[in-house]
Write a protein that binds this ligand. Structure first.
Ligand SMILES: Cc1ncc(COP(=O)(O)O)c(C=O)c1O
Length: 410
């Protein structure tokens, strides 16, 4: 894979060194074609979409339509209108939480490994008695307990929605979605899939996978910041109440009567982030052109290399599946006697190596399992072996310095 050249952030020197970016599970970098597409909007036709009768507005509308089509094709949606633009995965999940017609006795089931974005909305709704929230515990090794799930679904008749991540941002573990969807549907529950970590890395076909709702972010898949999508089955989207309302969501207002537009408009209130949406569409086109299967294989192979190198360091524990091909480009580690934040700061300051430390917005899981803050390297198509060498060399160097200091202190 020769993608590095496409990403201007990586083709610069900082303190004489190239940047090494290993934080793509948080946010991906943007290729030149996405940046160009956004500049083109601002420089050539920065009108509003869908409203005014002039050339800039027509072009904006056309480009937004194309972006919606590109993204619909990318995830295998039947119709582009099933792609609702939002700010990010978080907003997409909140849209479902606030708009789905729950009864107070309905239950939303999540796993115990959810990002706060797919946990806090349900916790708050539970606290206000809008719905009940329950959690299914993972197995000891962090994998999904399908037997327990089946048992819960069959016993607990009020589970209306199963809202879970496809790929965990803690350890890259991929939940067995085919089986989960089948069991959920057999028990009259809908599935809201948090695809923040999966859509950028693996082939998603919402039709074939029979997914009811899918939330994901553009900024994790080479798209602009502040862009996301909620996909939904048409009949379910039609049933949802709009969440944020106002301009562009209504067909007309007459006296006290409001007639809302259909999908996607009823969910996209106010003037939109046109540059962002158009850039997001370009990102989907860019990834499609390379091929998501090719990217997945490349990232998995690179994670094998990273895993082998990490194992050459003493006292490293890697969270999640032992097989690096099953971690979706994530290698999240705890190193004995090493503070994850301090080592992350060292790597950044001295080596230009950018990783993420902490609880990765999954505080509930870190607290429940009494796991301390970890150091996560996450790979994408623009990384190569030289990035991993720089990371692991930096880790070894820092660990050596800490050992030296401890020897002095003793
Ligand atoms: C699994 C998962 N879900 C949800 C989110 C939230 O994404 P965003 O911040 O783009 O809304 C993230 C972000 O890291 C994530 O990894």
């Amino acid at each position: 894979m020769d993608a590095k050249k496409d990403f201007p952030c990586l083709n610069q020197k900082m303190n004489g060194l190239s940047p090494v970016y290993l934080d793509s599970a948080c946010m991906s970098l943007k290729p030149q074609c996405v940046i160009d597409k956004m500049i083109e909007y601002y420089a050539q036709y920065s009108g509003c979409g869908g409203r005014s009768a002039h050339k800039f507005s027509f072009r904006t509308t056309d480009e937004v339509t194309k972006a919606r089509e590109n993204i619909a094709v990318f995830i295998g949606a039947k119709k582009p209108e099933q792609v609702i633009f939002t700010k990010n995965t978080t907003e997409s999940i909140n849209l479902v939480a606030k708009s789905f017609k729950f009864k107070p006795t309905d239950i939303v089931l999540t796993t115990d490994k959810e990002h706060n974005s797919n946990l806090v909305p349900w916790m708050l709704m539970d606290k206000s008695n809008a719905v009940k929230h329950k959690t299914i515990a993972s197995k000891q090794d962090g994998s999904f307990d399908i037997e327990l799930f089946k048992e819960m679904m069959e016993k607990e008749k009020n589970i209306k929605m199963v809202a879970l991540n496809h790929v965990s941002n803690i350890d890259g573990y991929k939940n067995p979605i085919k089986d989960i969807v089948e069991i959920a549907h057999d028990n009259n529950a809908v599935v809201l899939l948090d695809g923040a970590q999966s859509v950028p890395h693996t082939k998603i076909d919402v039709e074939r996978m029979d997914i009811d709702f899918l939330a994901f972010s553009g900024h994790k898949m080479c798209g602009p910041t502040g862009t996301g999508v909620l996909y939904g089955k048409e009949e379910l989207l039609n049933e949802l109440n709009p969440f944020i309302v106002g301009g562009d969501t209504v067909e007309t207002v007459d006296g006290d009567r409001i007639t809302f537009l259909g999908i996607p408009e009823k969910f996209e209130a106010g003037l939109q982030d046109y540059a962002g949406i158009i850039g997001f569409g370009e990102a989907a086109r860019y990834l499609s052109n390379i091929g998501i299967e090719k990217i997945e294989k490349y990232v998995n192979d690179l994670n094998i290399y990273l895993d082998e190198k990490m194992k050459s360091i003493e006292n490293v524990k890697i969270i999640g599946p032992a097989d690096p091909k099953k971690r979706s480009g994530i290698t999240n580690a705890i190193i004995d006697n090493i503070n994850s934040h301090e080592i992350a700061m060292y790597l950044d300051e001295v080596k230009n190596v950018m990783v993420r430390d902490g609880a990765h917005c999954v505080h509930s899981w870190y607290n429940k399992t009494k796991t301390r803050a970890s150091l996560r390297a996450s790979l994408y198509l623009y990384n190569d072996k030289s990035d991993i060498d720089a990371y692991v060399d930096g880790l070894k160097e820092y660990i050596g310095l800490v050992k030296q200091e401890n020897n002095f202190a003793n």
